[in-house]
Design a protein around this ligand. Sequence first.
Ligand code: SF4
Length: 217
Amino acid sequence: MDKPLEAYWALRLSAVAERLAANNFEVHLAADLGSARDHVWSEVIGPMTPCTVSFGGSATLAGSGLVEAVRADPKLTVIDTFDKAATRETILARRREALHADLLLTGTNAITANGQLVNLDMIGNRTGAISFGPRKVVILAGRNKLVADLDTAFRRVKELAAPVNAMRLDKKTPCVKTGVCHDCASPERICNVWSVVEKAYPKGRIRVVLINADLGF
Ligand code: SF4
């Protein structure tokens, strides 16, 4: 075989795409982040013409260019929950408002081989909005988010995603110093709300864009 790694990822991604589709998610396979961005722009945002758009914290989304493209489109109103100039009260009010957005663009912490989405939040606004609220949810996920099962997903999040996100956000938590989760009681603990989405409801409300590249944490 000439390109075994490509063959491996093609098989893994198409298998999980099949499971996600069986769980009522819409699924799109993208070769890279650029084609994922083009797909979301032309196949979701264009036909849907949402009035309001919100974003979940996601390094994959942040690297896609979609946030900038949405912000630059005068037809779209962004509910900005990451505005560093806003007060904490304003941000919390916007996070509640974002639950009513037409469209949520975000990432996921893990996807199991059975096609379940696993996420862990500090506040719960992202896990809440993935579950209910916005009319449409688009999840961008690199192939590195694929895991065998729920136990592996929980481990992946606590051993990798959470400490790295705590570092990204400059939190004052023990994992930032050691790289290991201490199940802390810190006021800045980012690990408070788990969510497992087993099936999309209503069918097709959540679209998962699986990207054949390692992206995010
Ligand atoms: S529980 Fe605390 S120490 Fe563990 S990953 Fe989360 S923030 Fe870090």
